[in-house]
Design a protein around this ligand. Structure first.
Ligand SMILES: NC(=O)c1ccc[n+]([C@@H]2O[C@H](COP(=O)([O-])OP(=O)(O)OC[C@H]3O[C@@H](n4cnc5c(N)ncnc54)[C@H](O)[C@@H]3O)[C@@H](O)[C@H]2O)c1
Ligand SMILES: [Zn+2]
Length: 357
């Protein structure tokens, strides 16, 4: 496997077989810094073990901070414990935080790095597919506030991102499929070739085709972020599938919890349907997309009785400010537009169609 490097705003994203490059980057740019690795028990058991096995000299002596896996670790009590642990380790501005994990770790670790002693440099080393193609790029880091996601955080960029593809071998398949939701989203909103590329990915992992696809997905997100870092306009394209998807994700938590990406598959189904019904997406494109998404839709027991709660969640979303609900619409496969406003009744139609699909 080779590697590919892409220039993000102020840092580089390395994708592929990148542990040597990670080592060289640290040695060259942070020779006088002390690395601290942050991970959860899964990513330390798998990804750190691989790092130790391969041998990354600059990380050999690193201290390791461990949190429980899962979204509950992305919260202030855990952050508090980690700030204290860093203090106890004598961490200072010459500390380099290496966030080794999925999006939970890259968000939490970026937040820690941005706030501890007013900021220490950090490297994102994503280990899940979702973190590689989405969470580790784009410069948003933060934690949750109770059940409300990502309410406290920063726009803050790492000094580099290293996405080492062999980490994906230990990632559960369910998590990998959830990560593919965001890749498909990138294709749908901005690049029809990428959509086709993701739909034809082989199941086995260590292939250069996966490298190409992940690299392309990151490039798409990066280009959108670069043009609108603080989300005043076109960055909202990345919310495609998320108005309905976030509400479905929240609704599912009290029932059979869905992974974020799983809920986004449902959200993209509904929002594709809406893009044709109330927008300019052709019937041919709609059918092609719905057909593609149907391969990945999770089992979900949704009925009319759930709509009230779904809309409760949709209204608590910070994107929906007025009586209307805000959407990104597809214009075609690979093209989209932001700020389409719909009434609740219009959105109900898509949920009904989803149930009757
Ligand atoms: N900052 C952003 O722009 C952004 C974008 C999208 C998502 N996010 C955030 O990302 C988080 C979701 O990310 P996620 O899906 O990676 O979740 P996650 O970090 O919770 O990882 C999912 C599961 O996979 C395990 N895991 C990760 N890598 C592994 C590996 N290589 N081998 C074995 N197990 C592994 C984790 O321990 C966890 O159990 C959410 O908190 C979300 O808010 C942030
Ligand atoms: Zn998402």
């Amino acid at each position: 496997m080779s590697t590919q490097v892409l220039d993000a705003r102020a840092y580089q994203v390395h994708v592929g077989d990148v542990l040597d490059e990670l080592d060289q980057f640290i040695t060259k740019n942070y020779p006088d810094h002390t690395p601290i690795i942050l991970g959860d028990s899964n990513t330390l058991a798998h990804a750190l073990q691989l790092i130790d096995f391969v041998g990354v000299p600059s990380l050999k002596e690193a201290e390791v901070l461990e949190v429980e896996p899962g979204e509950d670790s992305k919260e202030i009590e855990v952050a508090n414990g980690l700030w204290q642990a860093m203090l106890d380790l004598g961490a200072n501005r010459k500390t380099l935080l290496v966030n080794l994990g999925g999006g939970m770790i890259t968000d939490l670790g970026g937040f820690l790095a941005g706030t501890y002693k007013r900021g220490v440099p950090f490297i994102q080393v994503p280990t899940s597919l979702l973190a590689m193609v989405d969470a580790s790029v784009g410069g948003k880091v933060g934690i949750n506030l109770g059940k409300s996601k990502n309410q406290v955080g920063l726009f803050l960029e790492p000094v580099a991102v290293f996405a080492h593809l062999p980490f994906l071998n230990s990632l559960p398949v369910r998590e990998r499929i959830a990560g593919m939701a965001e890749m498909i989203k990138h294709g749908l909103i901005a690049d029809n070739d990428h959509f086709a590329q993701v739909m034809s990915l082989p199941e086995e992992l260590d292939e250069n085709v996966w490298l190409e696809a992940i690299h392309r997905s990151v490039s798409i997100k990066e280009a959108i972020v670069r043009a609108d870092f603080t989300e005043q306009g076109d960055r909202k394209k990345l919310n495609f599938g998320h108005t309905v998807g976030h509400a479905i994700e929240s609704w599912s938590q009290q029932r059979t919890p869905m992974l974020h990406g799983e809920a986004i598959f449902v959200g993209m189904w509904c929002e594709t349907w809406l893009s044709h019904r109330f927008g300019e997406l052709s019937e041919v494109d709609r059918n092609e997309i719905l057909n593609a998404l149907s391969t990945y839709l999770p089992e979900i027991a949704l009925s009319q009785q759930d709509f009230e709660e779904i809309f409760y969640w949709m209204r608590s979303d910070k994107k929906n400010t007025s009586a209307l609900l805000n959407f990104t619409f597809l214009l075609a496969i690979g093209n989209s537009k932001i700020n389409v406003e719909l009434t609740q009744d219009q959105v109900v139609e898509s949920l009904e169609s989803f149930i009757n699909r």
